[in-house]
Structure formats: C-alpha cells, structure tokens
Write a protein that binds this ligand. Structure first.
Ligand code: PMP
Length: 415
C-alpha cells in the first residue's frame, strides 16, 4: 500500500485518536497547523524537566546544557534548509515575525518614494500587510504580480513588473489557500538578473517539499515550526549572511548586545543581533525534534504520499455534485480548496464538523485572492503525512451529506 507511511505514523500523534461529536477525528486543517508527534512532546517535556535554564548567560553546567540544546536546534534548522552558516538562522515566533523583521530592518531604511516592493496576488496577509506598512512609512509603492484562473502566477505579468524601481520581491513558495507551488527558483533568478533581492514565505512549503535555500538562491526564507509538526511560537528566518550583517537590529534588549553604556551600545554578532531577550528555548528544541521526525521518515517519501492522496482527493471531490475546486495549478501541494453551489463554506465546515471532519472555511488570510476569484471564501482540506484514503473517504461522504441537506445544485442558468 502506497499510503503505508501514513498508517505507520498515525499512532505517533496522540491527538489523532480523539473523537469529535462521537466520531473519530479526521483532521484536515494541516495548513493552519499540524498535529505534533509524541517525539516533539517528549522533547519539550525533557527540556523542562531536565535542562531548563536561561541560555548564553550562566557559566554553570545546567545553563551550558540548555545553551547547547538551543544552539543544536539552530544547527538542525540550518541542516534542514541547507543554509551555508548557522549564523544565518534567526529564531523568531514564526513566518509573520520573520517577514516583519525583514520589512522593518532590511526594507525600511532602504526604501524611498518612487521605489517599489513586489508581491503576488496569492500572498497570505502576513506577506502583504508588513509591506503595506513599510510602504506607508517610506512612500514606496506596493506592486502585485497577477494570478491566472488556474491559481498559477502570470509569468508574463511578472516579467513586466520587474524594473529597477523594484527594491524587493516577496513571494510565497506555496499558496496556503490554493496549494499552488510557485516556480520560485526561476523567479528568484529573474529578479536577481535585475539586482532585486527576494524573500520567500516558506510557511506552506517546508512541510511538503525539500527546501534548499542555497539551491534556490533565496536572500531571505521564512517559515513556522507549527505547520511542520513542531510547537507553536517558534519559526525561523534564514538570511544570507552578507545581508543580515548589513542590517541594523530590529528590537533592542538583552542577548543582542556586546556592551551597553548610556552613550553607546555595541551589538552582538549574528544571529544574536536579531534575538533580543530570552529566546523561545523549549520550542526551538521541540522544532528540532520535529525536523528529526520528518527527516527520519524522509520528506521525499512524505511528499510522494501526499501527492498520491492529493490526486485521489481531487478525483473524489470532482464527483461531488455542485462542488468546484479553486486552484488547479499543475504543481500543487496537498491542499484542496473548494466551493459548493448550494452551500456557504461555513455551512459546509459546520456539517463536516458534525461528521468529525476538521476543515477550514473562509478567506484563509488571503482576502485579495478571494476577491480575485469572486468568492467570499472556500472550504479547504489540507493534508499532512498522517492522512489516509480513509480520511478522504470520510470527507467525501460528509460532503454528500451536505448535498443531501442543501439539495442538488441548481441547473445551469439558475441563480
Ligand atoms: N504565510 C503563509 C503562506 C501561511 O500559510 C501562513 C500561516 N497560515 C503564514 C504565512 C503565517 O504563519 P504564522 O501565522 O505561523 O506566522
């Protein structure tokens, strides 16, 4: 069975054995956050029970142990995305905080009226709003790469928007709302030809694809741990050393300094310059455990299985009367976003919930994208390594329940 991996791993995730409304939970909201394997829960508990101390400060053994576990986690992240140096990994709360850091510490001092920041029409709000804020602060303009009906970016439109006025391209690797995998390597190369640095929002990519920041030649790459089977409250920003070194700190406090007087402060070296205050030590260690877990299974094997399940789900959903998939890109990660003629996404998700099926309904923090497709929102089933064909079958049965309750779709030309 080619879904053997999911079957083998399900038991590693304690939460998946819960029931909802008397039915076994079918968790299909993994793009929002994934469940955590026991290995991650154990790592968190071990840290708090055996190693808890503040890092980088104490000269006693316990603090040294905590420091080495925390710095080991940084090296683990470096290896996971193949960064050239461990100092290029900054631990932050997640993707949102990473993008805000780049907007404020990299872009803000470099932007002037007349400059442009380029994003795309399929961005999550966290890769839109920080750029709007910095554009307002500096008088720069936000420009948007258009999206085609398939959910793929309009590459001709992209080429036209590249100009010497563009000071930064900020682009999602994988769309959380549609699943589209953008050809980021090619787009980064095109931007670089014009000297434009590129930030990639990797929140939805790292759980599904092997990411190599050097092969991509990304200047900045941001992701969150909690979508990658790790804890909430921890994520990372990768930045090329040269760029990070040229940047001023974003937040001030302890950790990020070498020496402080009231007249003058010397900042610490990378990566500490960008980690003011006591860091999220435990969750960084939990994230490292999640990366071990994923790498033990093999991201390639996970990706292959998810693609098979995506194909299975795509075919099954297309047979549900009145259902339309939104996002039909050729290269897609394991996300099934859809609308139904007869029911609002919130009604769909409420009925699914009664059947034990957790999906998300709404705009998925991508309101401009929903406007582009002329819809208020979608229902979204998003897959992870532990999902099986059985999960899809329960989803499809529940969708037939929606059809029964709301009736068959109106004929063509009906309202
Ligand atoms: N970008 C994308 C594409 C996302 O899917 C998300 C999370 N939904 C984010 C950014 C923000 O991630 P976080 O909330 O973990 O900071």
């Amino acid at each position: 069975d080619n879904l053997a991996l999911a079957k083998r791993c399900r038991g590693d995730f304690p939460l998946l054995s819960r029931q909802m409304h008397g039915r076994p939970l079918v968790y299909l909201d993994n793009a929002a956050t994934s469940q955590k394997p026991q290995a991650v829960l154990d790592a968190l508990q071990y840290y708090y029970q055996q190693q808890n101390a503040n890092v980088h400060r104490g000269v006693y053994q316990l603090s040294e142990e905590a420091t080495s576990a925390y710095e080991g986690a940084r090296a683990r992240v470096q290896r996971f995305i193949n960064a050239a140096g461990v100092e290029e990994i900054i631990f932050l709360r997640g993707t949102t905080e990473a993008i805000n850091l780049v907007a404020q510490a990299y872009a803000r001092p470099r932007l002037q009226p007349g400059d442009e920041v380029l994003i795309s029409a399929i961005e999550h709000h966290s890769n839109i709003v920080p750029w709007q804020i910095v554009c307002r602060q500096t008088g720069a303009q936000l420009r948007v790469i258009p999206v085609l009906d398939s959910g793929e970016l309009d590459q001709a439109g992209f080429a036209e928007l590249l100009s010497p006025r563009v000071r930064l391209l900020a682009l999602t690797h994988v769309s959380n709302a549609l699943g589209t995998i953008n050809p980021v390597k090619e787009m980064i190369a095109q931007a670089h030809q014009q000297g434009i640095p590129v930030l990639i929002d990797g929140a939805q990519a790292v759980p599904h694809l092997r990411v190599d920041v050097q092969a991509l030649d990304a200047d900045f790459y941001a992701f969150s741990g909690h979508k990658l089977y790790g804890p909430t409250g921890i994520g990372a920003l990768y930045g090329k050393r040269r760029l990070l070194e040229d940047m001023e700190p974003w937040q001030g406090g302890g950790e990020m300094i070498i020496q402080v007087s009231f007249e003058h402060t010397d900042y610490n070296q990378l990566p500490y310059k960008f980690e003011a205050g006591t860091p999220n030590i435990a969750d960084a260690i939990g994230l490292a455990a999640a990366l071990d877990y994923v790498d033990n299974l093999g991201l390639e094997a996970i990706a292959e299985q998810e693609q098979q399940l995506l194909d299975y789900g795509t075919q099954a959903l297309q047979r549900v009367p009145g259902l339309r998939l939104i996002g039909t890109a050729q290269h897609k990660a394991a996300i099934l976003s859809f609308v139904m003629e007869q029911a609002h996404p919130h009604d769909i998700s409420t009925i699914l919930d009664r059947c034990g099926v957790a999906v998300r309904a709404g705009h998925h923090c991508a309101m401009p994208l929903m406007q582009r497709f002329g819809i208020a929102g979608t229902a979204r089933a998003s897959l992870a390594l532990y999902n099986t064909r059985d999960d899809i079958d329960v989803l499809v049965d529940a969708l037939h329940e929606v059809v029964r309750m709301f009736g068959a779709p109106m004929a063509e030309g009906g309202q």
